[in-house]
Design a binder for this molecule. Structure first.
Ligand code: E4P
Length: 218
């Protein structure tokens, strides 16, 4: 499974990218608002930090303006993935932008038929929002499994399932088990994926015992 980070904070992105564990980045208008910086400037900076797909979201609601915005965003860098909402107009824009050779991330997916339509529209990524489904008392992970099955039934290999709205390490594990191609993860959750108290305890013991040997490796 590939890992994207879900943030527009360039300091965080730089730090995570340096570890070599980042395959891409997703942003949305709320994350851009949090970053408090000009949208296109931030996207350009992120595209330089991470060579993989960087999602930049259109804000128009009609297909024609979405297409114009999408083309404009795609000019920022080759690795921009234009993000469009999962609406009829969004899918029309997806089809056009995808036919023009742009990567498209169809976002705000909350059921399997929406994902089926995104695949039909030539999406590069479809983003089911797990956490927001869980918030309503439903099971976001079930949606990932359904989409996986549907895409496999029809060989929708062109569209990658991008598990989004991830809130916990367990969401990441369950997405991987359900066959998501990518998980976009907030920085704090991404860092917590390597944490285990027994790892910390084990290191503590090894460091203490090694000190008792009086030896050095270098
Ligand atoms: C994905 O592309 C979205 O930016 C994101 O995952 C939304 O997550 P949230 O539900 O935590 O806002």
């Amino acid at each position: 499974m590939k890992f994207f980070v879900d943030t527009a904070d360039t300091n965080e992105i730089q730090d995570l990218a340096e570890a070599g564990l980042l395959d891409g980045v997703t942003t949305n208008p709320s994350l851009i608002m949090k970053a408090g910086r000009p949208f296109k400037e931030v996207i350009a900076e992120i595209c330089k930090l991470v060579p993989g797909p960087v999602s930049a979201e259109v804000t128009a609601l009609d297909a024609e303006t979405m297409i114009a915005e999408g083309r404009h965003l795609a000019e920022i860098a080759e690795n921009v993935a234009v993000k469009v909402p999962l609406t009829w107009d969004g899918l029309k824009a997806c089809r056009t932008l995808s036919n023009e050779g742009h990567m498209v991330n169809v976002t705000l997916c909350f059921n399997a038929t929406q994902a089926l339509m995104a695949g039909r529209a030539g999406a590069t990524f479809v983003s089911p929002f797990i956490g927001r489904i869980d918030d309503l008392g439903n099971d976001g992970m079930e949606l990932i499994s359904e989409i996986r099955q549907i895409y496999d039934n029809y060989d929708y290999i062109e569209t990658q399932i991008l598990a989004a709205s991830i809130r916990t390490p367990n969401h990441v594990k369950m997405s991987a088990l359900a066959g998501a191609d990518v998980a976009t993860v907030p920085p704090a959750v991404l860092r917590s994926l390597v944490k285990h108290p027994l790892t910390d305890k084990g290191i503590e013991t090894f460091v203490a015992d090694w000190a008792k040997t009086g030896q050095t490796i270098l």
